[in-house]
Ligand binder design. Structure first.
Ligand code: NI
Length: 207
């Protein structure tokens, strides 16, 4: 597996604000260790149900307040198979089928691997605030699911787009990114990792 250059060249999340913004509908994000985050979430029978639109609105508010790029329903305490994410242009890599991707709502997402190769990239998670880790993910996948209107969504994804999807869908199976890591020496507090990278950038490179 190839490591990207630089510690945060593919960081998954922007640093969260010091305090949650008091958004109208925002809920606090559950943190690692909460049992709901370890559960397998149940499928959504009807994505067009009014309560699902309400849940998506709460998730969007919660994600925006916390400064994330993706969120899974269990992270706000709802153990159902629903994720939201977006890929800003600044986050997209040059990989084929990477972003930018508009805000995407996916019910009951499933996926398949299109390229057996994985690549390492730095990730954060709103459920592990202030931390980062280097995680292997498949570089090219196809995913499908259903949108809020009940219409099927089917996409091929590469690079950061594929990474975000895999990270969020892991939440639906009770998996947090440290459980995917292969080298726990590449896990730590963002502030410490940034400080270390600033003083010894060559040690953080793998080229
Ligand atoms: Ni996460």
């Amino acid at each position: 597996m190839q490591r990207p250059r630089g510690v945060f060249s593919s960081a998954l999340y922007l640093p969260p604000p010091a305090a949650y913004i008091a958004g109208m509908n925002a809920r606090p994000i559950l943190r690692a260790g909460h049992p709901i985050l370890a559960q397998t979430a149940r499928p959504v029978e009807n994505p067009r149900a009014p309560e699902m639109a309400d849940l998506v609105a709460v998730m969007r508010a919660s994600m925006a307040a916390a400064g994330g790029t993706g969120l899974a329903a269990p992270q706000i305490g709802e153990s159902v198979r629903l994720v939201i994410f977006e890929v800003a242009a600044a986050r997209a890599t040059e990989a084929p089928d990477d972003g930018p991707v508009d805000m995407t709502v996916l019910f009951n997402p499933t996926w398949e691997v299109l390229d057996d190769r994985q690549e390492l990239g730095w990730e954060g998670c709103l459920s592990l605030p202030g931390m980062r880790g280097e995680v292997p993910r498949y570089r090219r996948i196809r995913y499908h699911g259903w949108g809020l209107d009940g219409a099927p969504i089917r996409r091929i994804a590469g690079g950061f787009h594929a990474r975000v999807f895999q990270h969020e869908v892991d939440h639906l199976d009770g998996v947090l990114y440290p459980q995917r890591m292969v080298d726990m020496a590449r896990f730590g507090f963002t502030e410490e990792l940034l400080a270390a990278a600033a003083t010894a950038p060559e040690e953080r490179r793998d080229d």
